[in-house]
Design a protein around this ligand. Structure first.
Ligand code: C5P
Length: 207
């Protein structure tokens, strides 16, 4: 069983993916971490994510060990750099095999990202596209950051979310968009519990 969950930054898809995987007894892959790991490898080696040679080399060398240090991968600067490397078709094809191999291991998996339902697992058993308004997503992201000790300004967080949305939806390869057969789940006015129940109902209805 493969469940594809896509959506923009801070839509709640990561938290949902984790709970859905536990509920259905499946493994879970946060595919954003793969692009973050590529971006971090470039930054750590003193390279430039705008340089195609640097990011493509890093993508070819990607392995599972690079995903272990999740806290470092979640730094805001790494997310921004990840959305730059993710617009490169060669980076995307290097990362594609990793994702498909993960999904192929029985009993299956929940993968969350931007192009799981459209490109990585077009034959997934169930597809969700999780959205929320940019303002609601920015507020959630800001609260998380403040809880983590950051003094980021709310307007800055909203501007970052908008810039990332624009880059993710407008790129030529695998832009962020719902698959034709995806269920849309708008979490703007839902708490995590309500969103989880709605997601389980939609997935169970797809079987
Ligand atoms: O979801 P997260 O914020 O960790 O993703 C970081 C960046 O990686 C996104 O802004 C997006 O550009 C890219 N990404 C992608 N395709 C995916 C997952 C993430 O392009 N399947």
């Amino acid at each position: 069983m493969i469940i594809a969950i896509d959506g923009p930054a801070a839509s709640g898809k990561g938290t949902l993916a984790k709970r859905i995987a536990a509920h259905f007894g499946l493994r879970r892959l946060d595919t954003g971490l793969l692009y973050r790991a590529v971006a971090r490898a470039v930054l750590e080696s003193g390279g430039d994510v705008e340089d195609p040679g640097h990011r493509r080399d890093a993508a070819k060398r990607l392995d599972a060990a690079a995903l272990r240090d999740e806290a470092a991968l979640r730094q805001p600067g790494v997310g921004e750099a990840a959305s730059i490397v993710a617009a490169d078709p060669e980076v995307r094809s290097a990362v594609l095999a990793f994702q498909r191999d993960f999904a192929a291991v029985p009993p299956g998996a929940v993968l969350d990202g931007r192009d799981i339902g459209t490109v990585v697992c077009p034959c997934a058993d169930a597809k969700l596209f999780v959205t929320a308004s940019a303002e609601a997503r920015a507020e959630r992201r800001w609260r998380e950051m403040v809880a983590g000790g950051s003094d980021a300004a709310p307007e800055q967080v909203l501007a970052d979310i908008r810039r990332r949305d624009a880059r993710d939806t407008s790129r030529a390869v695998s832009p962020l968009r719902p698959a034709d057969d995806a269920h849309l789940l708008d979490t703007t006015d839902l708490d995590i519990e309500a969103a989880f129940r709605a997601a389980v109902d939609l997935i169970s209805g797809s079987q």
